[in-house]
Design a protein around this ligand. Structure first.
Ligand SMILES: C[S@@+](CC[C@H](N)C(=O)[O-])C[C@H]1O[C@@H](n2cnc3c(N)ncnc32)[C@H](O)[C@@H]1O
Length: 256
């Protein structure tokens, strides 16, 4: 690996501090085996794809799949800089993957299932391309995500309670994730729950955070009214401490 290229291109950005908390559950819990044919579904710009490829080493091969072309272009450049010979990238929709039946021994998806339009179609595809006995690992945030924030949102705009509740509820619960895997032909092997807290000095800092700017896309489906967000920012500025719980799930299952 050429360090000047690493720093010139800032190739370390495949993972955010957000993604890394969920990805750590994979590297803390997954049994590492030799000679694995792996698939990372929704690999984005390369996390946890590259880390999986590095920790498994040259006896294994990993494919990263995503439909986000710019992220894959960035990931391609990182493969060159890292000099990774055991990774390839595929641009495709995870609900219709260009792989033969029974191709993979390990399928991972870090923060994928919350983002798929049709999670069941994706997990059914994972079953089709998994070899019998293959492992699948998914991580996700759960219902309860930032509950403290949603409560203050409701208190600020009680007239929007129904829409806020719907936005809050769109994340899955542990039972739902397990059923998603079981319904599609996987047997649950291991489930781990953990949590962390998003903490901010105040609401202004929170709203300017790049992660929260991303969350705002979802919140705007509740309302686009800037006056409500200004009032919410004031409410958050008065909240002490400003801490929001994020429940996390690691679910590992085996293809029956
Ligand atoms: C929250 S990001 C997670 C990216 C990465 N795994 C990480 O841990 O940072 C969700 C990813 O899902 C991808 N995605 C959403 N729907 C998809 C689909 N149907 N097929 C493939 N990728 C999809 C997005 O392009 C995005 O890269």
């Amino acid at each position: 690996m050429k360090l000047d290229a690493v720093f010139a291109d800032l190739v370390y950005d495949e993972l955010s501090f957000w993604s890394s908390r969920f990805g750590a559950m994979i590297f803390d819990n997954l049994e590492l085996r030799r000679g694995v044919r792996g698939l990372d579904v929704a690999c984005g710009a390369g996390f946890p794809l590259f880390e999986l490829a590095f920790v498994h080493g040259p006896s294994s091969h990993f494919t990263g799949l995503d439909l986000w072309r710019e992220a894959l272009n960035r990931a391609r450049r990182k493969i060159e800089v890292y000099g990774l010979a055991n990774v390839d990238l595929v641009e495709a929709d995870a609900s219709s993957m260009p792989f033969a039946n029974e191709s993979f021994d390990l399928i991972t998806s870090n923060l994928g299932i919350n983002n798929f339009d049709d999670p069941s179609a994706v997990i059914a595809e994972c079953h089709r391309v998994a070899r019998p006995g293959a492992r699948i690992v998914v991580t996700t945030n759960l219902t309860g995500h930032m509950a403290e924030f949603y409560q203050l949102f409701r208190e600020t705009a009680p007239q929007l309670t129904a829409a806020i509740n719907a936005q809050e509820a769109h994340r899955g619960a542990r039972a739902g994730v397990q059923q998603l895997l079981e319904r599609n032909g996987f047997e649950i092997a291991r489930v781990v729950e953990d949590e962390f807290f998003l903490r901010f000095a105040d609401g202004t800092a929170m709203f300017q955070h790049h992660l929260v700017q991303f969350f705002l896309y979802g919140w705007r489906s509740v309302t686009d009214d800037s006056a409500i967000y200004a009032a919410l920012e004031e409410t958050l500025n008065a909240a002490r401490p400003l801490e929001m719980r994020v429940p996390m799930l690691y679910a590992e299952a085996v293809r029956v």
